[in-house]
Design a protein. Structure first.
Length: 202
């Protein structure tokens, strides 16, 4: 549940005016804007959200890692299933050569058993690939939603003067298109890169 608190600098004796209150008061607020170092998602701005999660914004890589790190289970599942899928697919090529050798034997050898085993290996590879893609998609959607939530909390901490100078369309573009690009960075971007590297290694 979101709980809103007035910025400590406003004092307990000063009423907290919303946008409507500022309009009735002539549109001028005597409250001073918090310093730039205090305008964070942690809630040290105009309003705060109790229990808001903090992310490492010291660099782009650490910020992405702090978001993706929330889904460690899906990350482990993605790497494990992607690796197993590539191993099974590579082993299927070996089995294909074995089946060709069985075809040259008198009577076909154990062609049926080898063919069924090949189908099972390929089915395992497909299932692992599906599970890896599902894990990556969960990471992508979670990252996208968390980034959008972080943006909303950041906007909540901004002063009313800040919001008065911004275009609503620009803010909505950040909340929709830009966060969607973050999701595409995971799927298909990182998904294809990691899967290709594993295929080369295996």
């Amino acid at each position: 549940m979101l709980s809103l608190h007035a910025r400590p600098g406003l004092g307990a004796s000063r009423p907290l005016l919303g946008l409507g209150g500022l309009a009735r008061a002539g549109g001028v607020s005597t409250a001073t804007a918090p310093p730039a170092s205090a305008r964070t998602v942690s809630g040290e701005g105009e309003f705060s959200v109790a229990g808001a999660r903090r992310y490492d914004a010291s660099s782009c890589a650490r910020w992405v890692a702090s978001h993706v790190g929330r889904y460690r289970g899906f990350v482990v599942a993605f790497f494990s299933l992607a690796l197993l899928s590539n191993i099974a697919f590579s082993f299927a090529a070996v089995l294909t050569g074995s089946i060709a050798e069985e075809m040259l034997k008198p009577g076909g050898g154990r062609l049926l058993e080898a063919s069924l085993f090949l189908c099972a290996v390929l089915a395992l590879s497909a299932l692992c690939n599906l599970g890896a893609s599902l894990s990556a998609e969960n990471i992508s959607k979670g990252f996208q939603a968390d980034a959008r939530e972080e943006l909303y909390l950041s906007l909540l901490a901004k002063s009313q003067t800040f919001h008065g100078r911004q275009r609503v369309g620009d803010i909505m573009a950040r909340a929709t298109d830009d966060t969607q690009m973050l999701g595409l960075m995971i799927v298909p971007g990182s998904n294809l890169i990691i899967d290709s590297l594993l295929a080369i290694v295996v």
